[in-house]
Design a protein around this ligand. Structure first.
Ligand SMILES: Nc1ncnc2c1ncn2[C@@H]1O[C@H](COP(=O)(O)OP(=O)(O)OP(=O)(O)O)[C@@H](O)[C@H]1O
Length: 457
């Protein structure tokens, strides 16, 4: 049963009709007292709460009621209804534990989609599965990983793929965000419809609208032909918004509007179009931190993060390194027609100790380059080491201090401290990442009196 809480009879009736005609049982409550009674006695499956439910109270009473609801039932999904002018109220409501918010006047399709998504999500309870079990239920063919955190992630995306919940994938560059986004689509009912990837980092502010919503001929000086926007191409399928943290403030508002109402206008045309898409976003930026710096809109964050996946860096799951290396080798064996290719156990151990700031992408490139350069069937540490030294990822993000700012010795001390810190004082790993032997690292730790624990070796 769905409980609608609103003091406006017109809202109650129209929501009730809409939900009834879509086969949902509905109970209505016009005030807090009745609402709390229904929640305690009848345990609704979902609640729709109008935050501005008494005109004089500017939403305070609604927020208070929400906190009461959460005390009685911490898990029942709550959808808030707010006016466009009170987006801050919606954000406060999300912080207080609501699951979604809809603006008035609402779009029926969007409201029904939100109701269905939240009810579907409630049905799934998490339990741990082995990789074998997951592969029996879902399609994750190209995703390698057996680390417990990866299994958890695969389990989550398998379960939520069937719903229309928005998914936000966070993780460093090269950790497999795009692969996970594709898996969400492939495991959903939308799998036979388009999967459209848009790299938001690569779209300039001036082109954002025309790229995303399309334009008609003559909409602006260079618009010589009609152009179909990405949302229209993705209709009925999934849109993957990559690098969402790179979107400027103006484009954030435009994106928010379409995610909010599922409607947009093609540039140069006054017709409003409706779109039905699943939203999956990815970023390697910390969006929460960006919200606190006011460089990312909080209401937009709440629109995209119903489900958030944090992909671990490869160095946090070193056991997956050997699985990945074998997977890449097996693929490349066929491509390069070298059936006996393999990696020596020592080389495999060495690879597992690498910090790999470029994550899986860097490992994949490293394996491919090493195979191309070495003509041997059994690849040894040196085959990989020589290629790693040429790897752009190794130097990519390094910023050196200006000449005269720091001595070579100070730089060496700093790098050793960082490596020790990064590898949690594990001497062997820190040494490998610095390109030193263990005894060479010990000598330097002694020389510079950097504290270490031999038991950690
Ligand atoms: N779990 C995995 N198993 C096998 N291959 C993987 C896995 N994760 C990533 N890869 C491969 O690593 C490369 C990088 O992955 P992907 O592009 O998905 O990363 P990303 O996190 O989206 O990177 P970026 O942030 O730079 O866009 C791809 O070639 C992908 O096929």
């Amino acid at each position: 049963m769905i409980l609608i809480i609103d003091d406006d009879i017109a809202v109650r009736v129209s929501l009730q009709l809409l939900l009834n005609s879509n086969k949902y049982d509905v109970t209505v409550a016009e005030g807090p007292e009745m609402a709390l009674r229904v929640i305690s006695q009848d345990k609704p499956d979902l609640i729709i709460l109008d935050l501005n439910f008494t005109i004089e109270t500017s939403g305070e009473e609604g927020l208070f009621l929400l906190s009461k609801i959460r005390q009685i039932n911490p898990t029942v999904p709550v959808i808030l209804i707010t006016g466009w002018g009170s987006i801050e109220l919606a954000v406060s409501g999300m912080k207080a534990g609501a699951n979604d918010f809809i603006n008035k006047p609402w779009n029926n399709e969007h409201l029904l989609q939100s109701v269905k998504t939240l009810l579907d999500l409630q049905e799934y309870t998490s339990e741990s599965h082995t990789r074998k079990e997951l592969d029996k239920i879902y399609h994750f063919q190209h995703i390698i990983g057996e680390d417990a955190r990866m299994l958890n992630i695969l389990d989550t995306i398998g379960r939520v793929a069937a719903t229309d919940a928005s998914v936000l994938i966070m993780g460093e560059s090269g950790t497999g965000k795009e692969l996970i986004a594709e898996a969400v689509h492939q495991n959903s009912v939308r799998r036979n419809k388009p999967f459209i990837k848009v790299n938001l980092g690569g779209i300039s502010t001036s082109l954002f609208e025309s790229e995303m919503f399309g334009h008609v001929r003559g909409a602006f000086t260079d618009a010589r032909f009609d152009r179909t926007g990405r949302f229209e191409t993705a209709h009925k399928g999934t849109i993957f918004l990559d690098e969402i943290g790179d979107l400027d403030a103006g484009s954030q508002v435009k994106l928010l509007r379409v995610l909010q109402d599922r409607t947009y206008e093609v540039l140069g045309s006054s017709r409003t179009k409706t779109v039905d898409v699943r939203i999956v976003c990815a970023t390697n930026k910390d969006l929460n931190e960006m919200v606190s710096r006011n460089s990312f809109r909080e209401d937009l964050l709440y629109r995209i993060n119903l489900i958030t996946i944090h992909l671990p860096a490869l160095r946090e799951r070193p056991k997956d390194i050997s699985l990945l290396v074998n997977f890449f080798i097996n693929n490349l064996k066929e491509i390069y027609n070298r059936p006996s290719l393999t990696v020596s156990p020592t080389a495999m151990k060495w690879l597992q100790q690498l910090p790999l700031p470029g994550n899986i992408r860097q490992l994949k490139n490293l394996v491919e380059r090493s195979i191309l350069v070495s003509k041997k069937d059994i690849l040894e540490t040196d085959d990989f080491r020589s290629q790693l030294e040429l790897s752009p990822a190794k130097m990519g993000s390094v910023q050196f201090p200006g000449v005269g700012m720091i001595t070579l010795e100070e730089m060496e001390i700093e790098m050793i401290k960082r490596a020790m810190d990064h590898h949690k004082n594990k001497i062997a790993r820190a040494a490998a990442s610095l390109g030193l032997t263990r005894s060479a690292l010990y000598r330097r730790l002694e020389k510079y009196q950097i504290p270490y624990d031999e038991a950690e070796d």
